[in-house]
Design a protein around this ligand. Structure first.
Ligand SMILES: [Zn+2]
Length: 242
């Protein structure tokens, strides 16, 4: 009877281990992140190396590095973190981890499987319009738009918001360094437990979902709604009936 092959000790895994990021499966998180970032670049969401995407795959977190051209991202550029210990098990040489990492981890701690961060101009403009109308404590609120059906009802709840439901997205203030947003992002998640997105004033938006498919659907739906909201405001049309 053949004996079981020895399990590699964790400290023997090379820090630049390519096995974690190389797969012929297009749905492998390392391939998916590169494909998603190319798409998001073309939408103007991750211009000038801003923004990013992270996917949780079982016990591993896949993260794009800081300061890379998002449309040229390769699977071998990705960092991989062990979710339980928060230690990197793959560190590409000559690249720095993303400053978004603690914010992505905050979403994974809430049960997310994927988190997307964009610097979409529509998201930025909406945060300015909310501040003008409701001050710094105001949320983005809108109702009676078909695309609201693209947003899930809340964690642990079944289905999506309906046409007559009001979509509420909290807004937090920007900070000099991205990682310093973590505390206020977590506070917004606690205060609005049903939200799958948090806007950051003059900066962009964080959107997460149970998996990459849901996160992408909600990020696209929200961006569509943000753009529509800006155009409605320009035309003097209200976002809500009351
Ligand atoms: Zn950012």
């Amino acid at each position: 009877m053949a004996s079981e092959p020895p399990k590699p000790a964790e400290n023997l895994i090379p820090s630049d281990s390519n096995a974690l990021v190389q797969s012929t499966n297009p749905l492998h998180p390392a391939n998916l992140i590169c494909e998603l970032c190319r798409g998001f670049y073309n939408l103007g969401w991750v211009t000038g190396t801003g923004g990013g995407t992270s996917i949780r795959h079982h016990e591993h977190i896949y993260l794009a590095p800081s300061g890379v051209q998002k449309e040229r991202l390769q699977p071998t550029d990705l960092f991989v973190m062990d979710y339980a210990t928060r230690s990197y098990i793959r560190t590409p040489t000559a690249l720095k981890p993303s400053q978004c990492t603690p914010l992505f981890l905050a979403a994974f701690d809430k049960g997310a499987g994927c988190c997307i961060h964009t610097h979409s101009q529509w998201a930025v403009l909406v945060t300015l319009l909310v501040e003008k109308a409701s001050g710094k404590e105001g949320c983005f609120e809108i109702e009676m738009l078909e695309q609201i059906k693209g947003i899930a009802r809340g964690r642990g709840k079944t289905g999506s918001l309906g046409y007559f439901d009001r979509l509420v997205v909290p807004v937090i203030e920007n900070t000099a360094h991205e990682e310093d947003l973590t505390e206020s992002l977590e506070a917004a998640m606690e205060k609005y437990p049903d939200t799958y997105a948090v806007l950051v004033r003059r900066h962009g938006v964080y959107v997460w979902g149970d998996n990459w498919h849901k996160a992408k659907t909600m990020c696209e739906s929200l961006d569509y709604i943000f753009q529509l909201a800006v155009e409605m405001h320009k035309l003097g049309l209200p976002w809500t009936a009351s």
